[in-house]
Design a protein around this ligand. Structure first.
Ligand code: ZN
Length: 353
């Protein structure tokens, strides 16, 4: 058996077990990262951290850790917390010193204290002797050598844990390794993903589930497969010939406990098409595309139909994000052809009066 260097979490196995009990469903390979812990940060919370006294990293390591914190902010695609170094904070990060990581861990963290602070994050020092060999951080080398570990990538993993991400559950062949940076075993140079500095789609999926989208127009991670709901309403269901009617629809993530923070959230900037058919007809034809309204998730189209039609809206699942398609219910807009005066006065049809 080959001992793998691992980025580990203090109490990680227990926390992961608790999380799976809470969620009530097993964590699936190729799915969003599991949860670690039960307490999230606030939406958009800015979390400061400082170096632990007596365990300040050398400048090359400080740069890498700060870069890892920045990487979270630039790739979280959600309202998850951001991390920034400040002069004084209860949240502290250490390099060397008394490192409480497991004997095979190259780095670890403890998110106790969230949402006020996190208990700590620790990195083993360059040259640390493990049973599998000597730890080399790539950033500590003039020319990174085969087998070194990218400190920025490892810091990104640790900040991911601080957010609430557990280690991604990979497929048996690990063909989906690069769907997540938050991984049980780090990869050393030059294995695929060793220097990844952007959260993977399944890291982002979990962050979106826990912290929602930054904006209703943001794309939902393709690591998710969320149902959507699409409503339809007509400004009037009976109109005079020659009059216009406005068809309005609202697209949302379908309300479901599995969608967590995203449940019922509006989705803007998507393509919603209007279909129509004559009453009694079986097939629909596409009439047009709705434009976005100012209200998030709302779309509309104004038309002047010449005769009575049934209408419905369709959201076709886009290939670039993790949403399922939806079709609205049907609404009929009756068009009344009004007779001209003086016959009009004899026919008491409301739209004609
Ligand atoms: Zn980890």
């Amino acid at each position: 058996m080959i001992a793998l260097p691992r980025r580990f979490v203090i109490g990680g196995a227990v926390a992961a077990l608790v999380a799976s009990l809470f969620s009530g469903s097993p964590t699936l390979a190729h799915g969003p990262d599991p949860l670690i812990g039960t307490t999230p940060w606030g939406f958009d919370q800015v979390v400061g951290y400082q170096w632990m006294t007596g365990a300040t990293p050398p400048s090359w390591m400080a740069t890498a850790i700060d870069a890892g914190a920045h990487d979270i902010g630039s790739s979280k695609n959600s309202r998850a917390a951001t991390f920034t170094r400040v002069s004084t904070s209860d949240s502290q990060i250490a390099y060397g010193g008394a490192v409480p990581c497991s004997s095979y861990g190259i780095a670890c963290m403890n998110r106790t204290g969230v949402p006020d602070s996190f208990n700590g994050m620790w990195f083993r020092p360059y040259g640390w002797a493990f049973d599998w060999g000597t730890l080399r951080w790539c950033q500590g080398q003039t020319t990174p050598t085969t087998g070194c570990y990218d400190a920025e990538n490892v810091a990104l993993d640790e900040f991911g844990h601080i957010e609430m991400l557990g280690h991604h559950v990979n497929l048996d062949d690990e063909s989906d390794f690069q769907d997540a940076v938050v991984q049980f075993a780090a990869r050393s140079k030059p294995k695929a993903g060793w220097d990844e500095h952007v959260l993977g789609r399944c890291d982002v999926a979990r962050l979106q589930l826990e912290y929602a989208l930054e904006s209703s127009g943001d794309k939902v991670s393709t690591c998710l497969s969320l149902a959507t709901s699409l409503s339809v309403i007509a400004s009037s269901t009976t109109i005079d010939a020659g009059s216009s009617v406005r068809i309005t629809g609202t697209l949302k993530v379908a309300v479901a406990s599995a969608a967590r923070s995203l449940s019922g959230d509006p989705l803007s900037g998507r393509t919603i098409t209007l279909q129509r058919r004559l009453p009694g007809a079986t097939s629909w034809s596409t009439f047009g595309t709705l434009a976005g309204n100012s209200t998030a998730g709302s779309y509309g189209l104004t038309l002047t139909p010449s005769t009575t039609y049934d209408y419905r809206l369709v959201f076709t699942a886009p290939s670039g994000e993790g949403l399922l398609g939806a079709t609205s219910s049907t609404v009929r807009v009756a068009v009344i052809s009004c007779p001209t005066a003086p016959t009009r006065d004899l026919i008491r049809q409301a739209p004609c009066l």
